[in-house]
Ligand binder design. Structure first.
Ligand code: AMP
Length: 594
């Protein structure tokens, strides 16, 4: 397969903002992709080489990439840098410079016109080699490899190769769009779509799902099982802030567990080996050597996958500390010291696999029993506190107890025979019940930065405000809900431009729905915790547009940044539009009750 063929599709995808069109384009691409390279085509289309959990990024520094481009195009590095500051996109600079590439001699001319076209495999393998090259002389070798590739590339191919190699290929294709395209290409039924999605949720690897489908059809999908060391996409909770509604949703009887305010961990144990994954399925083993030890010695099973919340504690008082304290663990060096200064306790709440047995399809109570069976509780590793709840009073009392000891509230969990572990899904089997009013204010929400407004005066050079969006899981888009300009410290203001720079794009992102015109736009990536005073109807925001009133959306009034960068959340984990509607309705109810 020629690289040119996928580049054709990239160009068309870039030109559309419609998800259905994107899906059609992907389907056409998948139909002509040979099964031998289908996994690679999927990764490349997502701007990567492997599934995320591998933790290997191509991300070649721009400086090095420009050196390679200089070699391939004949322009000097400083000429290229000037062009880059003028055009703002390394892909366009590449296209421009390769178009100007001069053919110097007759021999070069003859060999260039005979030049063979780049294949997908050649591009992939070279990028793979660049990503994996390390150690002495690595920089030069990377430059050589990339220059070699660019010399063979057409200007248009070069544009995408450079964006990919510097980690800037952002076509805006959501995982769900790729799943849709796979389902249309390889199977048509609804059940097949669900099966494909489940395989993705268990494997976290769209490339593997595609390869199995292409090679063996739907039956290949059944062979995708839990593998120790490969993260399973976590189950997520819906949210309600009314106890009665929770009772109703969960059928009058359910389990409530303390909702610890820490970092979610999925631990994979195989004998003495332990790997920890974050909620975003990143490998975070090295942040928590102490938690690895707790898993190693605290689980009776030889092989297991369990989930829990790691919470920072004050060893003097036994008090839980705020979530931010765990940020001290996000470092490469000095972990031993951080472990001593910021000790943690692990609260386990689920089990997904034990010694050859997959637990995903078992109901909650059976999983909980299994977990109790294999956990050896101690000072630092405990079962999440849980209780079976049968009425509202009990629920409220348990909620107060949880808040009293420093938890955020409760996670209420269905106990019916259907209460499976829904990997990768937000559903009504788990419902979070958090404090809704903190001193007259609504609870915090986690919103995604999608745009920015330049600051003036003291804030010149940074942002005066950020355009924030909630996640709409029905359409897989981001809807704006407020402009936030308060709560940022001087330090925040200083670092915001560089935090946001990698995500800057020249127009609103394909998955962002905004009426406001921001000065700059961003790919949805950064999630911030925001505290607001109330939710109001708004003519300028697109969150819940036309849902409550025709022509109006919902906005958060007087938003302020709490100081929490929710680095543990993906943009899709942000507060959803549905949750904001729910909060708005709750607020109305409270006002009526007064
Ligand atoms: P949120 O981060 O607000 O969407 O709430 C869901 C998160 O609560 C999960 O991802 C877990 O990190 C955390 N959590 C804390 N305690 C529990 C528990 N007992 N069961 C499930 N999730 C919990």
């Amino acid at each position: 397969m020629l690289y040119n063929e996928i580049v054709d599709v990239y160009e068309k995808i870039e030109a559309t903002t419609k998800r259905l069109e994107m899906t059609d384009l992907l389907v056409n691409l998948l139909r002509k992709t040979p099964k031998e390279v289908i996994d690679k085509v999927i990764y490349l289309t997502q701007g990567k080489l492997y599934p995320d959990y591998y933790g290997v990024e191509i991300g070649l520094a721009e400086r090095l990439a420009l050196r390679a481009l200089s070699e391939a195009s004949g322009m000097t590095v400083s000429e290229l840098e000037n062009k880059l500051s003028e055009m703002g996109d390394i892909g366009l600079v590449t296209e421009y410079s390769l178009q100007r590439r001069k053919v110097k001699t007759l021999t070069e001319f003859l060999s260039s016109s005979k030049k063979t076209q780049l294949t997908v495999l050649e591009v992939y393998n070279t990028l793979d080699e660049i990503a994996k090259t390390s150690g002495e002389g690595a920089q030069d070798k990377k430059i050589r490899l990339l220059a070699g590739l660019l010399k063979k590339a057409t200007p248009r191919e070069g544009k995408y190769i450079m964006r990919t190699v510097t980690g800037r290929l952002r076509l805006g294709i959501a995982d769900m769009t790729i799943l849709d395209a796979l389902a249309i290409t390889f199977a048509q039924s609804k059940e097949a779509r669900a099966k494909i999605e489940k395989a993705y949720n268990v494997s976290n690897d769209l490339g593997e799902v595609a390869r199995r489908l292409a090679e063996e059809g739907l039956s290949g999908i059944d062979k995708i099982k839990i593998v120790i060391g490969r993260p399973i996409r976590p189950m997520l909770a819906e949210r309600l802030s009314d106890a009665r509604e929770i009772m109703e949703k969960l059928g009058g009887k359910f389990a409530a567990e303390y909702k610890y305010d820490g970092e979610r961990i999925q631990a994979h144990k195989s004998g003495g080996n332990v790997i920890l994954f974050s909620r975003r399925s990143e490998n975070i083993t090295h942040h928590y050597p102490d938690v690895c030890e707790l898993i190693r010695s605290g689980l009776k099973a030889k092989e297991a996958v369990v989930e829990g919340e790691v919470v920072a504690v004050n060893t003097q008082t036994g008090e839980f500390l705020p979530f931010q304290e765990l940020m001290h663990r996000r470092r490469k060096y000095g972990i031993e010291e951080a472990m001593e200064k910021y000790p943690v306790t692990l609260f386990l709440f689920d089990v997904l696999y034990v010694d050859g047995e997959e637990m995903l399809d078992k109901p909650y109570l059976e999983r909980r029993r299994k977990l109790e069976e294999i956990v050896i509780e101690g000072e630092r590793v405990k079962m999440a506190t849980s209780k079976i709840i049968k009425d509202v009073e009990e629920l409220e009392k348990f909620f107060m107890e949880a808040v009293e000891i420093g938890c955020e509230g409760l996670v209420c969990k269905s106990i019916t025979s259907e209460s499976i572990y829904q990997a990768g899904a937000r559903g009504w089997l788990w419902i979070k019940y958090k404090r809704d009013y903190k001193s007259e204010m609504i609870d915090t929400v986690d919103l995604v930065v999608v745009g920015g407004f330049w600051g003036k005066g003291k804030r010149a050079g940074s942002y005066g405000a950020l355009l924030m969006a909630a996640y709409d899981d029905e359409t897989d888009t981001f809807k704006t809900v407020c402009k936030v300009g308060t709560g940022f410290t001087d330090e925040d203001l200083e670092k915001l431009p560089s935090i946001l720079e990698p995500y800057r794009i020249p127009h609103p992102h394909a998955r962002v729905d905004a009426k406001l015109e921001a000065d700059v736009w961003f790919t949805p990536a950064i999630v911030l915790e925001i505290l607001g005073a109330e939710i109001t109807l708004s003519p300028i925001h697109t969150c819940a547009l036309n849902k409550i009133r025709e022509g109006a959306g919902l906005a958060i009034r007087f938003p302020r940044f709490t100081g929490k960068y929710r680095t543990d959340k993906k943009p899709e984990d942000a507060t959803t539009v549905r949750e904001i509607i729910e909060m708005y309705k709750m607020q109305l109810k409270k006002i009526e009750e007064r």
